[in-house]
Design a protein. Structure first.
Length: 105
């Protein structure tokens, strides 16, 4: 079911269901992929991803530990995205760079 507005989109009980979206969000994601997104589209796409990952939803699903684990995996992706946007250090320690095995990354 597609909602008319972003505010009406709520998390699904089943984390395997795809998130609700509006056409503008699809266009925003495609514009980013094509390298032509406006500032508004960029923010819309990030907001959609944060919502789609269930970032601010609870992961617990009482009917199944597997659904809980799946929901937590999605939520972890969302919290990582938010951390990158708001709190990740922007300077990497040169010692950490020197010890990386670039062939394995």
């Amino acid at each position: 079911m597609i909602q008319d507005t972003i505010g009406e989109c709520i998390p699904h009980k089943d984390p395997l269901e795809r998130p609700d979206y509006i056409e503008a969000e699809v266009q925003a994601l495609r514009a980013i992929w094509n390298g032509v997104a406006t500032e508004h589209q960029q923010r819309m796409a990030l907001d959609f991803m944060i919502r789609a990952f269930g970032t601010h939803d609870t992961s617990f699903r009482p009917q199944s530990q597997y659904l809980t684990a799946f929901a937590e995996g999605r939520r972890f992706a969302g919290t990582t995205l938010v951390w990158m946007l708001k709190a990740a250090p922007t300077r990497t320690d040169p010692d950490k760079i020197a010890t990386r095995n670039m062939d394995n990354e």
